[in-house]
Design a binder for this molecule. Structure first.
Ligand SMILES: Nc1ncnc2c1ncn2[C@@H]1O[C@H](COP(=O)(O)OP(=O)(O)OP(=O)(O)O)[C@@H](O)[C@H]1O
Ligand SMILES: [Mg+2]
Length: 475
């Protein structure tokens, strides 16, 4: 049985809340006196605390700080007066789980209480799990060799069964949708629908009707009543992709739906109860969007109960080769022999910056399979774009190296060095035959000998050659 501490200066609120929570089977301790509450927080353990923000002589925010420090695993819900949302958001930044506005609806309060307990359960299980010996996590279809991806898999297994809202952050192509689907597949909702909507792809009125449905005649073209995704996903999961692009007006409506678990169709008058778990994803920085006023802060806090960040592929090199192999296996199917990645290719894949993340790697592997010969993936069958990108970074590194090596030396020295390197490369290319090399370079054999580094021409002349170079440098 969960233990709940209630602290409020108002006796009537305490009595209502206490009766309500006891009827739900909780063990409840109600306190009017904040100083007494501080002592109790320091001595007794609670699963959850419900604290009023406005209290004397110690206000709720102060009490929240003490509670967070004393009992970090307890979920804390703040009670706030209507219109003091700013303070409520402050409280969430300080670690409160959520807030409920007074006067509250019983349903809404109970929902928040249950969400808070679910969250606490997920969190403590996760803490316990981390303390255990790490086992290898292999969720179906998710390659996770890097510590950060392993962590995400752990979170999926722990958090998926609860109905907690999850928001997934990550650059394009990092696997946000894949992770969202895994949250659905590992939840009790797995047999119901997983419905996704791309908030960036639809104009505002269409997005609203897509999400919440509409009534016949609500707008031009609304020829019949239509269910929105929230109704259609009954018992399942809704994935709000690119939520950063959601228009502000819809953000407000979504917030209401999350709080009250009911929607109203466009043009409708009736509120309809809905039961869909909400997952969201974005590749934009929502904190920035809040600053510029394009994203609601209250919605952000409501959504980010469990935030998951998928690192860009370049920051988790351990995943690159296993992912490449996973993609190859998927492409060729279970019966064909697995293609081999050349050593050279492995190195290139590790070096590349993968701006398009796993999706770019997928495209590269599909390209390679199409062009490969003899079941080996060599450099030659990688997409030209990838080689060019690597070539460019190689070239810029060479230029940098050159600049450092020849810093403060004359142009003549630099050109002589480059000339020498080129001649040596041509001699090697023609198998060491200097006549052929001279011919290819369109110079006489005598010139080739004159220009060749002395040590290549005559062994034992080494010292002299270096002195010679030093002399030219000064000129
Ligand atoms: N860890 C992984 N293991 C296996 N496959 C992965 C992994 N991460 C991504 N993928 C694959 O890479 C592709 C891109 O992933 P997904 O569509 O989920 O990315 P996204 O972050 O939603 O991209 P976008 O921002 O472009 O919508 C998918 O085919 C997905 O299956
Ligand atoms: Mg996506």
């Amino acid at each position: 049985m969960a233990r709940v501490l209630l602290v409020d200066n108002e006796a009537s609120i305490l009595s209502v809340l206490s009766t309500l929570l006891k009827s739900e089977g909780f063990e409840v301790l109600s306190i009017r006196d904040c100083e007494k509450a501080v002592n109790i927080i320091k001595t007794e353990q609670f699963d959850m605390m419900i604290l009023d923000i406005r209290m004397t002589p110690i206000d709720g925010m102060e009490l929240l700080k003490i509670a967070r420090a004393q009992q970090p695993e307890a979920s804390i819900i703040m009670l706030t007066a209507y219109g003091s949302i700013e303070t409520a958001i402050e409280a969430m930044k300080l670690g409160a789980f959520d807030y409920v506005t007074k006067p509250f609806k019983v349903d809404e309060l109970l929902l928040t209480v249950h969400r808070a307990l679910d969250y606490r359960k997920a969190l403590t299980e996760n803490i316990n799990l981390k303390a255990e010996i790490k086992t290898k996590y292999r969720l179906e279809n998710i390659v996770a060799e890097s510590p950060s991806m392993k962590n995400i898999c752990e979170m999926i297994e722990r958090v998926a069964p609860s109905d907690t809202t999850v928001i997934i952050f990550g650059e394009s192509g990092t696997g946000k949708e894949l992770v969202a689907k895994a949250f659905h597949m590992y939840s009790s909702r797995k047999n119901a629908k997983f419905l996704a909507v791309n908030c960036a792809a639809l104009p505002e009125p269409l997005l609203e009707s897509e999400m919440f449905g509409h009534m016949k005649g609500a707008f031009t073209g609304a020829s019949c009543n239509k269910k929105g995704l929230f109704e259609a996903a009954e018992g399942g999961t809704i994935f709000l992709d690119e939520i950063g692009a959601m228009p502000l007006s819809i953000q407000g409506k979504l917030l209401r739906v999350l709080q009250e678990k009911e929607i109203r169709r466009v043009g409708g008058t009736e509120n309809i109860k809905v039961n869909a778990r909400v997952l969201a994803a974005t590749n934009v920085n929502l904190e920035e969007a809040i600053k510029t006023g394009t994203f609601r802060e209250d919605l952000y806090y409501r959504l980010s109960v469990i935030p998951i960040t998928i690192e860009p592929l370049r920051n988790r090199p351990e995943d690159i080769i296993p992912l490449a192999q996973h993609i190859l296996r998927q492409e060729i199917g279970p019966n064909r022999e697995m293609p081999r990645l050349d050593m050279d290719v492995r190195e290139l894949l590790q070096k590349h910056q993968w701006q398009g993340n796993v999706r770019e790697l997928e495209n590269a592997m599909k390209h390679a399979i199409t062009f490969m010969a003899g079941n080996v993936i060599t450099r030659a069958v990688l997409p030209q774009k990838l080689l060019t990108a690597l070539g460019e970074s190689q070239a810029s590194r060479n230029t940098d190296d050159d600049i450092n090596e020849f810093r403060n030396k004359s142009l003549k020295t630099f050109l002589e060095q480059k000339e020498k390197e080129y001649m040596e490369a041509v001699i090697e290319a023609v198998g060491g035959d200097k006549e052929k090399a001279a011919h290819a370079l369109k110079i006489s054999l005598a010139t080739l000998y004159r220009k060749l580094p002395k040590e290549t021409k005559t062994e034992g002349n080494h010292q002299k050659a270096e002195t010679g170079t030093a002399t030219t440098e000064e000129s």
